[in-house]
Design a protein around this ligand. Sequence first.
Ligand SMILES: C[S@@+](CC[C@H](N)C(=O)[O-])C[C@H]1O[C@@H](n2cnc3c(N)ncnc32)[C@H](O)[C@@H]1O
Length: 213
Amino acid sequence: MPGAINHPLFARFYTVLARLAEPAGTAEHRQELLAGMEGRAVEVGSGAGTNFVHYPTTVTEVIAVEPESYLRDRSRAAAVGAPVPVSVKDGSAADLPIEDGWADVVVFSLVLCSVADPATALAEARRVLRPGGQLRFYEHVRAASPERARLQDRVDRVWPYFAGGCHCNRDTPRAIVAGGFDIEHLRRFDLRLGWAVAPVAPHVIGTAVPRPR
Ligand SMILES: C[S@@+](CC[C@H](N)C(=O)[O-])C[C@H]1O[C@@H](n2cnc3c(N)ncnc32)[C@H](O)[C@@H]1O
């Protein structure tokens, strides 16, 4: 299938890492990401479905899109225990299997680091959002400090080979603005899970709305 992703080793490693990181801070971040959401949501690149238990019951339906087959199976298993109805589809951020204007909210959670082209993914998010809809994002990002960002640039020469195509140095808030969104809220923080993942310590959680065309 076009857009299929095949990272069998990383998918298994990430499934374990995502579970272990929950009590170390990510559970709180995922709750913050999804707090107060209502209506129909699209979650792009749902991975092992780690967000699903955190959706508030004011969300009526989630369509999760996951291109990697192992992770898609994990998402389907996680959907069974979710507090809201979740269906999981094969597909890519570059070509979401969702009709125009379907979603009240589109969620990117640790995904804009990994898609081949963030601009295309953001254009797709705009397409599937209804007028007045909202983007929610939780992403590791390029460091604000120039010294740390330079270090990320060096590490990024090899990082994607070990991290399923993830880039540690992307300026995702800038990409969101360039993609036609106005950022409503942005919180920057460091998530410190150990030296091995230090290049992806700088994180953001935020919301954005499509800028009128
Ligand atoms: C680091 S994992 C994050 C998973 C999950 N969203 C989370 O919060 O734990 C990155 C995810 O992005 C997905 N991904 C990579 N390229 C993608 C694409 N083009 N379209 C959709 N998802 C993609 C991967 O398969 C993987 O599930």
